[in-house]
Ligand binder design. Structure first.
Ligand SMILES: [Zn+2]
Length: 250
């Protein structure tokens, strides 16, 4: 429990009210906090239905590169880097962006990468109703189907936010929900050296690294720091003996 939570609990318990009332107030606060955590913490699910790291594999160090919010005008450069390094990745795409850049999604598929679902647009789904989530998932699936691209059965919601409906829709579509174990805040566009350090410093086997080849639905996202850092991230992870896999393959 955090210091703030302890302070809040102590404050509630010291209120001039009967103890049962104070305990009831605490239970309500804990319930609200738990519900907020469920909606907004990407890997948090009391029932353990969200994947966020790769299972261990007989002494082989593994990691997965994942790219969210694409495709964008920068995605071809990401594919060039992955091809030069000979590593696969997983792209969690947005339907609106696939409509803008269809060919690069087909290229990603042709070059052996996994195409996963991120939604039709970048709507935040914390507490969203199942029908709104259904529209997100079926929308991006329809856009990919029109291109002849069969997506991997993996779904990552924008920001990792969720509601109970996310699980319902994922089950209906046979999708596994994926969060990540390492984010590097590349959309804040820090110095590429900072990105390399964040991505590699504490790298452990099973790491699912979150990167972005887009920025929500922005038509011209600036992902240059990520592009500059990506070759060094891959080489450093290779140097440490990591094998690269796509999420959902294990
Ligand atoms: Zn996103």
């Amino acid at each position: 429990m955090s210091a703030a939570a302890v302070a809040i609990a102590a404050g509630v318990l010291s209120l001039p009210a009967p103890l049962p009332l104070r305990l009831a107030a605490l239970a309500v606060i804990a319930g609200v906090a738990g519900d907020q955590a469920f909606r907004r913490l990407p890997a948090f699910d009391p029932l353990g239905r969200i994947r966020w790291h790769l299972p261990s594999a007989d002494g082989v160090k593994r990691c997965a590169l994942t790219f969210d919010d694409g495709p964008s005008p920068a995605t071809a450069a990401v594919l060039d880097i992955l091809a030069a390094e000979g590593v696969p990745a997983t792209f969690f795409v947005l339907g609106t962006n696939v409509e803008r850049h269809p060919e690069v999604v087909q290229r990603a598929r042709d070059e052996g990468h996994a195409v996963g679902l991120h939604g039709m647009d970048h709507a935040k789904l914390a507490g969203a109703a199942a029908d709104a989530i259904e529209r997100q998932v079926s929308g991006v699936r329809r856009v990919l189907a029109q291109l002849g691209v069969t997506p991997a059965r993996v779904y990552r919601t924008p920001h990792g936010y969720k509601s109970r409906g996310v699980f319902e829709v994922a089950r209906r579509h046979g999708l596994t929900l994926w969060a990540w174990s390492r984010g590097v805040w590349d959309t804040d566009r820090p110095d590429p050296i900072v990105l390399v350090r964040r991505a590699t410093r504490l790298a452990r086997s099973g790491m699912v690294l979150l990167l972005h080849d887009g920025r929500g639905e922005e038509p011209q996202p600036d992902v240059r720091p990520m592009l500059a850092a990506l070759p060094a991230i891959i080489r450093e992870l290779k140097h440490r003996g990591f094998a690269f896999v796509r999420v959902g393959d294990e």
